[in-house]
Design a protein. Structure first.
Length: 167
């Protein structure tokens, strides 16, 4: 399997949306249509960036990220808010899960953020989402905290785990 990574462009928004809605939904993921639409609008406008994984012409993974500091209380004291990034979405085609594609995508996104001068990045997931936890761990993220989040996490524990890493 020769999976190639490339930067997402505005022209990829529809394909990324299809991948998110076809392969992202599960009891652990929160994918509100309006939130996904906003993120894709930001991709088109250049306010959000992404890294895609392709197997030939088939889109098999995507990570979308942007500059943001959604968890300032978990940010290291020596990192300014303007130096922070946030992983907005991460999805891997279910037929390609378990092959390290998600971790490769996260690492590539982190490299891009570091190249942009950022020093810190966070991502969040359902506390009980084991595959997502493994993907983040393989990409160098550590769990920073967990909080009750029943509006976004109606299944299982109803809690969100926040993970982060220095760039």
């Amino acid at each position: 399997m020769a999976i190639l990574l490339r930067d997402a462009t505005a022209f990829d928004a529809d394909s990324v949306q299809a991948l998110l809605f076809d392969h992202g939904p599960n009891p652990w993921n929160w994918l509100p249509p309006e939130g996904v639409a906003l993120t894709l609008q930001q991709l088109v406008a250049g306010l959000c960036r992404g890294v895609l994984a392709e197997d030939g012409t088939v889109l098999v993974g995507a990570v979308l990220y942007r500059r943001a500091d959604p968890y300032p209380s978990l940010r290291p004291d020596d990192v300014d808010s303007a130096q922070c990034g946030y992983i907005v979405e991460a999805v891997v085609h279910r037929d390609y899960a378990g092959h390290g594609i998600g971790a490769r995508l996260l690492q590539a996104a982190c490299q891009q953020l570091a190249n942009d001068g950022l020093a810190w990045v966070v991502a969040d997931r359902h506390e009980e989402n084991g595959p997502s936890a493994g993907m983040m761990r393989k990409a160098g993220f550590s769990q920073l905290g967990v909080y009750d989040d029943p509006a976004r996490r109606p299944s299982g524990s109803g809690r969100t785990a926040v993970c982060g890493r220095r760039l």
